[in-house]
Design a binder for this molecule. Structure first.
Ligand code: BGC
Length: 744
């Protein structure tokens, strides 16, 4: 249907609707659905979380899941894992899996992707977000959205905007200067709606410059609609609306919330009354209905295309394969240093290392064999993560834990023993866990909360400490029996969770002490960290092999085993900086300790590596960093200019080692002389290059405008100043040895 026909149909439908019916389209009548207008054949819109898979089914009016067996789904890698792949094709595939599953489960809108900037490593929802860099964020969000929407499901990119902390998330008033807003916090949203064509967008809970995002004229009317010409639907975050007039008179189209008094929602009876009394114009209602109907036409929920709407599928075998592809490219090798007398690296664990060793008899014949013994230590080796994290939780069809993955990969000829190593106190009942995820974890309440000690708290603390000591002793004893020790720890969804930020960047459950002890007993311990946000790793200098694994979906264990065993060559790069300590971060420097009420982003545009590079703070692991089992050379940088004034670079990338692998060529731009302060450099473009051993490719990477422009607050526009720009190319933000100049 062309735009004109669609417009006419929308107007025709609108004309037939009563005010009551119109408002039925613009507010929830169940937690995840609107009512629709049956009389006119308009169905309700059904939505679901979230980024890691289609969430379990809820009744319309209760937050206790239905609990049937038909809502198990594919568990996708989290957005943080996806971002670590630096691979837009995988972002597209991942979006497509999510879209197909959502459609398969009968959903119209999937509440994903989450693309808020990772400003503070403590943010509880960082695992749901992609990066600290707006460009990387946008280049992954766009194909992800296209993948989702190809399945006749709307993406709902969230949370618009400047929603970068969970503390006081429902009310925090965020102040960010105009330049930082335009250069850091908005670009990925702009790309998501303009290039990705996201059919819907979710406003954030927080306030922006004194107004709730659900009724921010500045964000929704001026920027989203007027400047970006967005004609999709704006959906409120659940319970983010605060008034009838404010929301009705700005470009927020569909009010969703968490309470069951659906008729009392701001855009339900209160709006009807206000319109009848003439306090709010019906034109405001019509504008919202138009946006929603337009989205429904695009989804083929209405109109002549409706019989052709895709049916989707969930739990399809190819979805599982796709999650594996993402997972294997999302695991970051942080350290792999020579160890032992022969100077060999600990990873990958080769077949030779793991082979059974013959036990010889006196006569020189083989009597039997001794199996290689791997001792796996750490709660995260065993933990299932899919069901946690807040609204991103899902009921995964399965989740391969790291321990299961290793056992499946190695079979019966390797002896694998396991010890939990550290103690994770669990809530008393599963229901408590399911419904009360917004409360602090038991560990936090008992071990790190500053509320006064009660007898119950003291007893719980004693219990936790006793369990902790016992598990540590067992693990250390077991480690001494091993040929290889693998520690799998990190965070879990008691820490990486919606509605709560971490208090600091420390590893919970006294893991630091345990890891330090293990590294003393076994200096060749392979350390694997699982988590959604950086942690302090005070023992990192002692660890010879260190692997970072974001929550990587149902195939995490298989992918991790394949990386550890060298069946997959790691190719992920950090999509965010890992600072040495929380005290190195800009939010710490700003004096932000659990902001409430109001927060000012004093650092302006200097977020993530832009901050560390400006201040000369050396991080533990920089943005864009990640090792491989092979080596690459990147040489012969040339800058090319096309007649249309666009620029590109070419480089020769060669795999100089002996294993197939992939390198991410990263291109940064600096503007050394500028009338405003600029970052040391900014990511401008990147490309992941796959190479066989010895293979060499010349790659051409088109340059974007990132780094050549800055936002001029006076002129209210992005501008380029004439002069010399430096193009730096390499394989990590701290390793860009090739440089060329561009004069504009
Ligand atoms: C979250 C959203 C989510 C919504 C619906 C809110 O608490 O902030 O990201 O989509 O709930 O579950």
């Amino acid at each position: 249907m062309n735009r004109k026909d669609q417009k006419e149909q929308i107007e025709a439908l609108l004309k037939q609707m009563t005010l009551e019916e119109k408002t039925d389209l613009i507010h929830g009548s169940g937690f995840f659905r609107t009512k629709g207008v049956e009389r006119l054949g308009i169905p309700g819109v059904v939505s679901s979380d979230g980024p890691m898979g289609v969430r379990m089914q809820f009744p319309d009016d209760s937050w206790v899941p239905v609990g049937d067996s038909d809502d198990y789904v594919t568990y996708n890698p989290s957005n943080s894992a996806l971002a670590a792949t630096w691979n837009p094709e995988l972002a597209y595939e991942s979006g497509k899996v999510l879209g197909e599953e959502a459609r398969g489960r009968g959903k119209d809108v999937i509440l994903a992707p989450g693309i808020n900037i990772k400003r503070d490593p403590r943010c509880g929802r960082n695992f749901e977000y992609m990066s600290e860099d707006p460009y990387l964020n946008g280049t992954l969000a766009v194909p992800f959205i296209k993948g989702v929407q190809e399945c006749d499901v709307a993406a709902c990119v969230k949370h618009f905007a400047v929603n970068n902390q969970e503390t006081d998330r429902l009310a925090i008033d965020t102040y960010v200067d105009e330049r930082a807003l335009r250069e850091i916090y908005l670009p990925a949203f702009k790309a998501a709606v303009q290039e990705g064509g996201s059919y819907s967008i979710m406003n954030a809970y927080n306030q922006f410059r004194g107004h709730f995002c659900s009724e921010s004229k500045e964000l929704l009317d001026d920027i989203l609609r007027d400047e970006w010409k967005y004609d999709g639907a704006v959906i409120s975050d659940w319970g983010s609306t605060h008034s009838t007039k404010g929301v009705a008179e700005c470009s927020m189209d569909m009010e969703m919330s968490i309470t069951t008094d659906f008729d009392a929602y701001y855009l339900a009876n209160p709006l009807r009354e206000a319109v009848r009394k003439g306090e709010i114009s019906e034109a405001c209602v019509d504008a919202k209905v138009r946006n929603i109907l337009r989205m429904m036409f695009r989804l083929k929920m209405l109109g002549e295309q409706a019989p052709n709407r895709k049916q989707g599928a969930y739990n399809a075998p190819e979805h599982r394969q796709s999650t594996y592809q993402v997972a294997k490219e999302s695991i970051v090798l942080l350290k792999n240093e020579p160890a032992g007398t022969a100077g060999e690296r600990l990873l990958p664990l080769t077949a030779e290392t793991l082979a059974m060793k013959p036990i010889m008899g006196n006569d020189g014949s083989v009597i039997s064999v001794k199996k290689h013994r791997i001792v796996v230590i750490g709660d995260n080796a065993e933990r299932i993560h899919a069901a946690g994290g807040g609204s991103a939780e899902i009921k995964a069809l399965y989740e391969i834990s790291p321990l299961l993955g290793l056992k499946m990969a190695l079979g019966g000829n390797v002896d694998i023993a396991y010890a939990p190593g550290y103690y994770v106190p669990e809530p008393k009942t599963k229901v408590e866990d399911l419904v009360n995820w917004q409360e602090k974890s038991l560990e936090q309440r008992v071990m790190s909360d500053d509320t006064p000690d009660t007898e119950e708290k003291k007893a719980l603390r004693r219990e936790i400490e006793a369990n902790r000591a016992k598990l540590r002793k067992e693990a250390c004893e077991l480690a001494q029996t091993a040929d290889t020790v693998i520690f799998v720890g990190g965070l879990n969804h008691y820490y990486d969770i919606e509605s709560r930020d971490r208090a600091d960047m420390k590893l919970p459950y006294a893991q630091d002490e345990l890891i330090a002890e293990l590294l003393k007993i076994r200096p060749d311990t392979i350390v694997v960290m699982v988590g959604g946000s950086p942690v302090e790793m005070p023992w990192a200098a002692q660890a010879k092999a260190l692997v970072w694994c974001y929550y990587s979906g149902m195939e995490t264990g298989n992918a991790l085993a394949d990386v550890l065993l060298g069946r997959v060559n790691p190719s992920a790069k950090l999509p965010e900086t890992f600072p040495v300590a929380y005290t190195d971060t800009v939010t710490y420097k700003n004096g932000e300790f659990g902001n409430e009420g109001r927060v000012e982003y004093k650092e302006g545009i200097f977020v993530g590596y832009r901050y560390y590079e400006k201040e000369g703070i050396k991080p533990a692991f920089p943005f864009g960093y990640g090792l491989s089992y092979t080596q690459f050379s990147i040489e012969d940088l040339q800058v090319l200019s096309a007649p249309d004034a666009s620029w590109a670079i070419t480089v020769n990338v060669k795999n100089t080692g002996n294993m197939a692998g992939a390198e991410v060529v990263q291109c940064y731009i600096s503007d050394p002389v500028c009338s405003v302060e600029r970052p040391v450099k900014e990511l401008n473009a990147y490309q992941k290059v796959f190479l066989q051993p010895g293979e060499e490719k010349q790659v051409t990477i088109p340059l974007t405008e990132r780094g050549f422009v800055y936002y001029d607050v006076e002129r209210k526009a992005f501008v380029t100043e004439p002069g010399e720009y430096v193009v730096s190319v390499g394989n990590a933000s701290d390793n860009c040895l090739l440089q060329e100049c561009i004069v504009l």
